[in-house]
Ligand binder design. Structure first.
Ligand code: MF3
Ligand code: CO
Ligand code: CO
Length: 304
């Protein structure tokens, strides 16, 4: 999509075993045997034990991660711009205007605009709206609201995706706590990103953290691989079990974006616009999202 210099290591090409003296798939220019051969073997070991493992599509090269990092810096700047301007009395359409202008100024493209028919450059989800709220001039932020602003940017073909929940004016302590714990859930997820452990370990850590406060996490909507496309494999749950789901290996890039509900986890989709997700019980929901890369040590945050 709009890629000036889209770098794709393996798009469309089936993964095949490389000869040990062939150049490595990662683009390092080194021989496979002295580059990623042992790494691939380690992944295969997990696969033989019955685990879900990433294929090469889900493992980004250093060059691709750099592209996502650069895109992520734009995504961060756009959210910073929103943070400096958001206030009571503003419509969510004005947030869309801010995002759209800043994205353009930075040479990026909004990934949400036109995505599967989504009509705006950002998602704005207020209070009991869980996600995918559509900006509108009729929706005015008022004192005491919490609003999630979710921005996804394409820059030189690379996607980055992050969101924050903003407090509007004086928010009551219960809702403030929810917004704070949603952020901490995301941070808990980041801490649980470790190579050669499982997405289920991370998802479980997030869920356990939310449960401590009596909150619940939405099950049907999760995170996703991101970078070369908007929503890539794997799908990332935050209510998963330790030792289950996909193995995390260095080079994988995905989002951590648990949706944390004050009440029950059940949600429904607005029948009229077919997008906006609400809590079933009408209680508030909060969300923070980051794009992370798995490194040898843990996680690198690429968009916040
Ligand atoms: N940014 C959202 C996410 O975190 C996806 C929004 S898709 C849209 O995955 F079409 F609603 F914009
Ligand atoms: Co997002
Ligand atoms: Co996302």
């Amino acid at each position: 999509m709009q890629a000036k210099k889209k770098i794709v290591a393996s798009e469309g090409t089936p993964v095949r075993m490389l000869g040990r003296n062939e150049p490595c798939w990662c683009g390092s220019g080194r021989k496979y045997k002295s580059c990623h051969a042992a790494f691939d073997e380690r992944i295969l070991d997990f696969k033989r034990q019955g685990h879900i493992v990433p294929d090469r599509e889900q493992i980004k090269t250093k060059e691709q991660i750099e592209g996502i990092r650069v895109s992520g810096l734009r995504n961060i700047a756009i959210l910073d711009e929103v943070a400096s301007k958001i206030r009571a009395g503003m419509s969510t359409q004005e947030i869309d205007d801010i995002v759209s202008a800043k994205t353009k100024e930075l040479g990026g493209i909004s990934a949400t605009l036109g995505y599967e028919g989504f009509p705006k450059s950002v998602c704005t989800s207020i209070n009991e709206q869980v996600c995918h709220g559509i900006p509108s001039e009729h929706d005015i932020l008022k004192d005491g609201d919490i609003v999630n602003v979710d921005v996804t940017t394409i820059y030189e073909g690379f996607y980055s995706d992050s969101s924050r929940t903003f407090l509007i004016g004086n928010v009551d302590p219960e809702k403030k706590k929810l917004a704070q714990v949603a952020k901490e859930c995301m941070e808990e997820g980041i801490r649980a990103v470790k190579p050669w452990t499982f997405l289920g370990d991370m998802g479980n850590a997030v869920n356990e953290y939310a449960k401590k406060y009596g909150y619940s996490i939405v099950r049907e909507i999760g995170g996703h691989g991101v970078g070369i496309g908007f929503h890539e494999e794997p799908w990332v749950s935050y209510v998963s079990r330790p030792g289950e789901e996909m193995l995390m290996v260095p080079g994988m890039v995905f989002t951590i974006e648990p949706m944390v509900n004050m009440g029950r986890c059940d949600v429904y989709v607005d029948e009229e616009n077919d997008w906006t997700v609400y809590t079933d019980d009408g209680k508030p929901s909060a969300q923070w999202e980051v794009t992370v890369a798995v490194t040898e040590e843990g996680a690198e945050i690429l968009a916040y």
